[in-house]
Write a protein that binds this ligand. Structure first.
Ligand code: ZN
Length: 130
């Protein structure tokens, strides 16, 4: 099996369904609603014009690491604010908030790693057909 140079794929937009790298004019933009704290928010999502599947952007390892660190810092900040604003500082409430924070952080890091692995799979398939 030949070795794949993933570095040239960093930041590539991939369609997991068509198994190809997408150019700007292959992309469509749609609005999606995501649920955020106490409501929903609209985000722009890129999709493949050909099949309508949401694209996967292949992140570099540095991006995954920085993304994870940024998430952890953001979550700690949120936890700090929650803690300062909390009237109920019982051990139970703090444990609950800390667990929610850790689960949230791990969840986001998990999504980052999942996206990267998914991208890697698509790249493997593209490279093997070349
Ligand atoms: Zn597609």
């Amino acid at each position: 099996m030949k070795k794949i140079d993933y570095s040239k794929w960093y930041g590539s937009k991939l369609c997991p369904f068509c198994v190809k790298k997408l150019k700007e004019n292959d992309l469509g933009i749609r609005e999606a609603e995501v649920s955020v704290y106490r409501g929903t928010s609209k985000v722009k999502v890129s999709y493949c014009k050909e099949c309508g599947t949401d694209i996967v952007i292949f992140p570099s390892p540095a991006r995954v690491v920085f993304g994870s660190i940024a998430t952890a810092i953001l979550m700690s900040g949120l936890f700090g604010l929650m803690f300062l604003g909390a009237e109920d500082t019982s051990t139970f409430a703090i444990t609950g908030a800390a667990s929610a924070m850790i689960i949230g952080t791990l969840g986001i890091i998990g999504i980052l790693i999942y996206t990267r692995n998914k991208g890697k799979d698509v790249i493997k398939q593209i490279e093997s057909t070349n």
